[in-house]
Design a protein around this ligand. Sequence first.
Ligand SMILES: [Zn+2]
Length: 255
Amino acid sequence: MYIDTHTHYYDEAFGQEADAAIARAVEAGVGLMLQADVDSRERDAMFRIGHRHPEHLRQMLGLYPGSIDTHWQEEIDALLPWFEKEPVVAVGEIGLDYHEGKDFVKEQKEALRVQFELAAQKDLPVNIHLRDATADFIAAVKDAAHLHLRGNLHCFGLSLEAWREVSRYGDWNVGIGGVVTFKNAGLAQTVAEIPLDRILLETDCPYLAPVPHRGHLNESAYIPLIAAKIADIKGIPVETVEAVTTDNARKLFRL
Ligand SMILES: [Zn+2]
């Protein structure tokens, strides 16, 4: 059985397709799918679909960096009561994203620090979204070293050097998805060097569909394509990739 460690089945891009996509995933051998939270606007919808598929979906809670502005503290206040209402597997997706601009860098860093503390307090792993902010992220995990964080770098795109640096401050896994199947992505070379016992499979669906579905709606049923590519890169059987990555996900998220 496979586990897709990063999905958004509540995303409106799925429209009426979400339930059918979840059924196709189960059919393809993907028995568990973890949904990453973004902000208060979509949280109800996330738990609604989660409750419809209790055997196959698990949820996280967190404030996504792209949703952070000067009102971030209100978003954190809206987030906190959910931890009493719902069992969740991680604090996520949280992190730093400077791709769309650096207007709220200070707020993003502060929200990340607060959510690192929240994860430590709740004894939960973190699911990290990181884009164009490697140096600040390394500084953030260094500052949080005393929290002994464990987590996953979702949509992993760091250099090997940066990965080794991050690994000095916490217990980190990497989430590998459709990007590994893209030509010239460069990610394949990094994946070759990262031990399999640090790798988790993910789609980030409905985004980032793997080849040959690139440009279309992504879904967890494509996880075996990502596993096959990793098996190819590492020269090992796909069954090994399936077994080890599922074991990694079970340990990290206590599934
Ligand atoms: Zn995501």
